[in-house]
Design a protein around this ligand. Structure first.
Ligand SMILES: N[C@@H](CCC(=O)N[C@@H](CS)C(=O)NCC(=O)O)C(=O)O
Length: 228
């Protein structure tokens, strides 16, 4: 039975999984699960992921949740190129180190900025809480500093010379911030160059899957100009 990926294109870890399938020519069925329409709360979806979160995967009768676990399953099943999740124990350990850190740092702090600046004002129809945004940005700044100085250093990719699951998981989180026309790396030219490097390794699907984010950014720029 076919592999299916249940996703919402607005979800950062969903985009990581979709991009991985695409760049590795893994054929899969697309199961759109739109959070804003409540698809993730439907009984049918909760049979796959009782937590009601995307991405989720089904391969025959086998179901799997958590983007990191899904990506590692796909690496093993499809024997994808070694650079994604190296077989060398030391190189693999560095990818695992980033992935263990990712959820409570990159993801948590990017989400906080995105929620404060985009989602909450949209859902509640109110202005951005500037105090909360400043707090969120301060926390994000600590993460950026570690990302740049502890992980990236002078390497082209987070864990070495080639792209890995670490880069694939990280970049969609930063792209989410661009929806508010925010430069995710205002003082970090090395991270800016890294993001462009990762993007170019994932084209043309990268731009396709980020089209809703690009559109939000254009709308934000237009609205800001109109309000001047
Ligand atoms: N740790 C999970 C996070 C999954 C997650 O939080 N997904 C969000 C979208 S990005 C979601 O489905 N939210 C719906 C909800 O919480 O109701 C992963 O990496 O897959």
């Amino acid at each position: 039975m076919a592999l299916s990926i249940h996703y919402d294109i607005m979800s950062q870890p969903s985009r990581s999984v979709l991009l991985f399938c695409e760049v590795n020519n893994i054929s899969y069925e697309k199961e759109i699960t739109t959070i804003s329409s409540g698809d993730n709360q439907a009984d049918e979806f909760k049979a796959i992921n009782p937590m009601g979160r995307v991405p989720a995967m089904k391969d025959g009768d086998f179901t799997l949740t958590e983007s990191e676990a899904i990506l590692k399953y796909l690496v093993n099943k499809y024997k994808t190129p070694d650079h994604w999740y190296p077989s060398d124990p030391l190189k693999k350990a560095k990818v695992d180190e980033y992935l263990a850190w990712h959820h409570a740092n990159t993801r948590t702090h990017c989400i906080r900025v995105f929620w404060t600046e985009v989602l909450i004002p949209k859902m509640k129809g109110r202005d951005v809480d500037q105090k909360k945004l400043a707090e969120a940005l301060q926390l994000l700044d600590g993460t950026l500093s570690l990302l740049e100085n502890m992980f990236l250093k002078d390497q082209p990719f987070l864990c070495g010379d080639d792209i890995t699951l670490a880069d694939l998981m990280a970049v969609p989180e930063f792209m989410q911030l661009t929806a508010a026309a925010r430069n995710p790396f205002p003082n970090q030219p090395k991270l800016t160059a890294w993001l462009e490097r990762v993007k170019s390794r994932l084209q043309p699907k990268f731009d396709e899957f980020h089209t809703p984010i690009y559109k939000m950014k254009q709308k934000r720029l237009k609205d800001t100009k109109a309000n001047l």
